[in-house]
Design a protein around this ligand. Structure first.
Ligand SMILES: NC(=O)c1ccc[n+]([C@@H]2O[C@H](COP(=O)([O-])OP(=O)(O)OC[C@H]3O[C@@H](n4cnc5c(N)ncnc54)[C@H](O)[C@@H]3O)[C@@H](O)[C@H]2O)c1
Length: 356
């Protein structure tokens, strides 16, 4: 039986992928989720994993020995990270670098030992902050929008392609993920491994432990459901900054395609996200949350930008669509409905994490 190891397997993405993989592959694969439970709330995913038949290993990607204890692996899906762009700004970069970069190197070492396939969850935040914020945009009543007259290649109203520049600063989070991408590519080339890099935009859905610096959709929904005030922070405080959002179920469909045909995707880098049709500004998200929850909360204004923040991000999924016919299927409305249902169904258990 092949072993699929998901690092960060008790996190939002890792737990959702692990549980779906185990239920689909049942007798054909051992699915192992390794996590050090650094993310607050990830402990709530452990009983879900065990109930689904996923093996949970309490381990740390910073320690190669913890990964080695899993034994022989056929596939590694690297979902462990300190995933906030603000990580390290108010203190030391140590944890971000040790986990996001050295941790990935340890995962690659394990892959090298067993000649395992490697799926790396990278981020749209490898694209530099100033270049993104320098793109031409227009302002409508409810959002900022990129225009089609861009000086840099790889940018249009349809989003960013993989051709967009990689020159410039990108936060410690983005930098550690970008360095990891380089190492993934070197390992594939040097040791003849198969692997793929998915540069994901905002991902969301049930079991995301959204917080002020990461997981905006859940933060917004939970604040409506628990009656907690919010703030429009940055870009003048008007709430017009835009993101696209990908339902974690759609990411799962992509991972399945990549697991089924590792040769086709090996060595590729894909931008992966909700795309323009699944995008929202914070103002629009507030209205959508009020619709879905039937509640309104006060939203204040903080005009100053937070470090490394961006005005807009939209994913151009054309490359992965051409390669595999993959495109997101779940709408933004479905994402909000399903996520709100999850919070309502688990309101008391989630209160200490999402409600305070
Ligand atoms: N959620 C998003 O919007 C998004 C967007 C782009 C990319 N990604 C990437 O997807 C992956 C999964 O992100 P997520 O949203 O599930 O985040 P998450 O914080 O929910 O999950 C990450 C998990 O890694 C664990 N972890 C942290 N440090 C660890 C360590 N040293 N050893 C072992 N485990 C450790 C955490 O406890 C957590 O459970 C990350 O690599 C992230 O960079 C996420």
């Amino acid at each position: 039986m092949r072993t699929i190891l998901l690092t960060g397997g008790a996190g939002f993405v890792g737990s959702n992928l692990a549980i779906r993989l185990k239920s689909e592959l049942a007798g054909q694969a051992r699915v192992v989720a390794l996590d050090n439970l650094k993310r607050r709330g990830s402990e709530l995913n452990v009983p879900r994993l065990l109930k689904a038949g996923v093996e949970y290993v309490h381990g740390d990607v910073r320690q190669l020995a913890d990964l080695e204890a899993v034994g022989e692996v056929g596939v590694i899906i690297d979902c462990s990270a300190e995933p906030s762009v603000l990580a390290g700004f108010s203190g030391s970069p140590r944890y971000v670098v040790d986990t996001n970069l050295n941790g990935t190197t340890n995962c690659l070492e394990l892959a090298r030992r067993y000649h395992a396939d490697f799926i790396f969850l990278s981020t749209s935040r490898v694209y530099p902050t100033a270049a993104i914020n320098g793109l031409n945009f227009r302002e409508t009543g409810s959002r900022f929008e990129w225009t089609d007259d861009q000086k840099l290649p790889g940018a249009s109203s349809r989003g960013l392609t993989e051709e967009f520049t990689l020159e410039g600063n990108r936060s410690l989070y983005g930098a550690t993920k970008f360095c990891s991408e380089l190492l993934v590519r070197e390992y594939l080339e040097m040791y003849g491994l198969r692997g793929v890099i998915n540069r994901c935009g905002v991902i969301s859905g049930p079991w995301q432990m959204g917080k002020a610096d990461q997981g905006v959709v859940v933060l917004w929904l939970a604040s409506h459901l628990y009656g907690r005030p919010l703030n429009y922070i940055g870009f003048g405080g008007t709430g017009k900054q835009v993101r696209d959002a990908l339902h974690v179920d759609d990411l799962y469909e992509l991972v399945r395609l990549q697991l089924n045909d590792p040769g086709l995707h090996s060595g590729q880098v894909y931008n992966v996200g909700g795309g323009p049709q699944n995008s929202f500004s914070l103002l629009e998200l507030t209205e959508a949350c009020a619709r879905v929850t039937g509640k309104r909360v006060p939203v204040g204004t903080v005009p100053e930008n937070r470090p490394a923040d961006i005005r807009c991000y939209l994913t151009d999924n054309s490359k992965i669509f051409r390669a595999a016919g993959w495109a997101p299927k779940k709408s933004g409305e479905q994402l909000l409905e399903e996520t709100a249902r999850w919070i309502r169904d688990n309101q008391e258990a989630l209160r200490p994490i999402l409600g305070s």
